[in-house]
Each structure stands twice: as C-alpha cells, then as structure tokens.
Design a protein around this ligand. Sequence first.
Ligand code: HEM
Length: 543
Amino acid sequence: MEVIVLRVLFSLCGIGVLGFLVHIYNSVWFKSERVRRKLRMQGIKGPTPSFLYGNLPEMQKIQLQTLKAPLNHHDCCSESFVEHDYTSTLFPYLEQWRKEYGLLYTYSTGMRQHLYINQPELVKEMNQSLTLELGKPTYVTKRLAPMLGNGILRSNGHLWAQQRKIVAPEFFMDKVKEMVGLMLESAEPMLKKWEECIEAQGGSTAEIKVDEDLRGVSADVISRVCFGSSYAKGREVFSKLRSLQKTISHQGFLFGVTNFGNIFGGKKQNEIRCLEREIESLIWKAIEDRDQEQVEEEVNVINNNIVSGEKKDLLQLILEAASGDQSLDKDSCKRFIVDNCKSIYFAGHESTAVATSWCLMLLASHPDWQARIRDELAQVCPNGLPDATSLPQLKTVTMVIQEVLRLYPPAAFVSREALEETKVGNITVPKGVCLWTLIPTLHRDSDVWGPDANEFKPERFAEGVAQACRLSPQAYIPFGLGPRLCLGKNFAMVELKVILSLIISRFSFSLSPKYHHSPAYRMIVEPGNGVQIFIKRTSHHHQ
Ligand code: HEM
C-alpha cells in the first residue's frame, strides 16, 4: 500500500516538475521567440539570444570589459583633451550593436524583448504617439519607485493624464516669466560665496568645485516654486533625494534589466527604504506646517480685512486637486500628493543643476564663448541682471545652452513599453516590447549633424534647431518630444539662462587641472568627479 502511495506521489512530483519545465519553456522561450519572430519578419536584426537569459550574458561581458578598460582620464585642461563622445564608454553594448546592426535593432533580456530605435523618423513616431498603448516601462521605472513614487514621471494612462493636467499649467511660459525674480534671488548667495572665496584665496583668483553650489541654487528655486513661502522646509528633502539617487544608481545598470544579479542586497534595500520614509515624512511635515501657517494667515486676513491676492504654489494645486478627486480615498490621496512632490523635486532640480555644471565645464574651456556672451549681456542688460523682457534677446546664451544639451543631455534616453500591440511608423511592435532611444547617440548622428558632430560649436544653432540638425528637428530631443515632453522645459531653459548670465557677467573662468573628464551615468549623465574651475572677477562687474 505504502509503496503505491509513494509511487503516486513520485509520479505527481514528476508531472509537477515536467509541468513547471514546460511552463518555463513556454513563457521564457516560446513566447519570447514568438515576439522575436514577429520583429525579425519585419527585417529587424539583432544579436542572437541564448535560451534562458537572452543577450544578458553578452551585455554583462561587454559592460565588464568596459569597466576594466583603463579610464580615459585627462589631466590637461585644454579643450583638445576633452573627448566629447562618451557613448561607447557609458552604453557599450548598445553602441557595439548599433555599429553592427544599425539604428534599429532588437535584443533580449530573457523574457523581455527590446527595440533600440535611433532613426530620427521612427524616434519622432514613437514620441509623438498619442495612443495610450505606449507608456513608460513599468518594470524599468520600478527601480526608481522609491524616488518618484507613482508620480507623473512614472505613471501611465488615466493617472498620468490627470497628473499632467494639474502640474503642466504651473510651468507654462507666462508663469515661468514670473519666476525670474526668485531665480535671481536663489542664485545670489552662491555668487556671494564665490566672491568671498576669491577674497579668501588672495583677492584675484579662486578655485571652486561648482556642482554642489549649483545643486543648492536649483533646489532653492524649485523649493520656492513648490512650497511658496514655506520653501525652507522643503529644502532638506533635496539632500535626502540626492543620497537616495546615489544609493539607487550605485549598482550596475543594464538597459532592459532591473535585477542584474540581486541589485539591491538586503542592506542597500534597508537604506533605500529608510531614506524613502525620511523624505516622505519631511514632505508631510512641510504640508502640516503650511496648514498651520495658512490658518494663521486666514485669521490675519479676517482680522485686518485684507484680501490676499497671493498666487497659489504648486503644492497647493496638487493638494486641491487630490482632495477634490472623488475617486481617491484618504490613503491614495496622501500617496498622490507625496508621489508628485517627490517627482517634481527630482525632475526639477537634478537635471537643471547637472546641465549648468556641463555648461560651466564647456564655457571654461571656451573663453571665446564666455566673451561673446559677456558682450551680449553688456548690450542687452547693462546692469548685469536679466529679466523677463531681456531674456529672449540673449541669443548667444541660448545657442551655448542648446549645444551643451546636445553633447551632454542629462536625460540619456527616452523609453517606452508597448502596453498593447501597437504601430510605430510602419513597424508593428508586439505587446510587452520595450523601446529605447539613446539621446546622446541621436545627438551625434553625423548624417544629421555633420562630420563635426562631436565638436562644441554653438554657432550651429545660430539659425535655430531645425537648421542645426538639417531639418530633422526630431533629432534634437534633450527634453523629449510629443505628449510626454518635459513639463519643465521652459522653466529649465529660463533658469539656465538666468544663472549663466549672472555667473558670466560677474566672473570669467577656466578649467582647473584638477578637472578629470569622466561623464558618469547615475540615472542622468553627470560629471563623474564634478567640475573644478578657476574664477576671476570680470572688469565689467563693480560691486
Ligand atoms: C535641463 C533640464 C531638464 C532636462 C534635460 C529634462 C529632460 C526631460 C526628459 C528627457 C523627459 C522625458 C521625456 C519622455 O520620457 O518622453 C522629462 C520629463 C519630465 N520633466 Fe524634465 N528635464 C529638465 C528639467 C525639468 C524641470 C526643471 C522640471 C520641473 C520643474 C521637469 C519636469 C519634468 C516632468 C514632470 C516630466 C514628466 C512629463 C510626463 O511624463 O508627462 N524637468 N524631462
């Protein structure tokens, strides 16, 4: 009897194991193969995948080889030693396959299939797609969840549309113009600090590392925009967000895999959770404090019979929209607020600060462009302070910023997932496929930009973007394109112009020999070791 029971048990186990293997075969290979076949049938090529892991072993191998290769550090501060093409160091397998298969190819990370799309026409189709069938790839953005929650940067469908409707109007050009004053105010302490550095270092020149100071300015600006009068409380959030960003991007990252090995070991995972909790409670504290302040203000208004005409800040708009939405219960309402605060905080300060660092690095090695900007400033705003009317006349600053964002776009890629089978141009993209456009590569396509694509030449933008990229404006996308275009594009451009104008009108600067050119990918492409420059007061500026 017992023997029969054991036999039955064994057989059942055997069937279970077999069923599991069939399931694995079916989901890992058969389903993936069907998707790959659909892509291949349309003439799309790519590296041959292995059974379980697709092209992951090759990706890991290429990545490790690149990491082991001697670093291309340059000790000389002369421009000719700054190699602008970092694409094959930072994104080695994508670049290797591009050279092999062209601007459109497919690769696999096991159960997930990917399309690399860098043909300008297809990039345009992908970005301008209005259908909800193309969204942000949830499995990729999962990694960023502790930083961004389910806020506007990560969300899709109805939730995204609702968030965009609430947040977008706050960053329309007319609103942004009103913010020039607070940008000037936010930059002032940094300029003062730099002046003091010059005094402290003998009165003529000072050596400074610009990155943290610039982060401080952009954090200050976005805090004022988000938190209005209670901005100081929002400031603390930034240093925590920065630590969280560093922790998350500390580990290797392969395009198409969130778990490469076990990316976040237990200790890291705890660190991430702690930081996430601290950030959320800081945001809550700021909201509670402001509630208190508002009650006090209302009492004052009633007592003094003053009609308050103060503009609503972003947090107020988010709070009102969330509490007015019947579909949100108390907990989801709380999540909605915190997630969007986190998203705007991150989106709003990190990339702008990094873009400013890159601008200073390139201008430091191109004193001729500093001089041209300084001349223009002297003509357009003789007191050295730009305002909403003078900003559009600052053509040279704009050209320089455009060229910096071409060579060093902080956001390295646009990614989408086919949430349903969908069309991109004439390609049928099966459900589940992820699409990637590598922005720095698109910005270096010599068919579009010419043979000098890797050189810093702001003059290419003299007649506008369309002329600069030979009438393929979709080949220039530092802020993305289409319905998910960066919400803060105008805001970021104005902030960059204001800060650069202020710095250039007061200081002239050159690269310090301490600067090592090593762009690093930490969710955005930033100067790996910061930007160190020598600054001097300009003769134009009198205190
Ligand atoms: C130089 C600075 C900046 C760069 C290079 C940049 C770049 C980008 C890019 C490439 C996207 C993604 C587009 C896509 O996936 O299709 C994006 C999205 C976004 N950016 Fe920016 N950004 C910058 C500054 C800002 C600022 C200052 C803010 C806010 C104040 C902001 C808010 C956002 C938001 C909310 C989104 C998500 C839009 C959506 O999904 O609907 N960005 N940005």
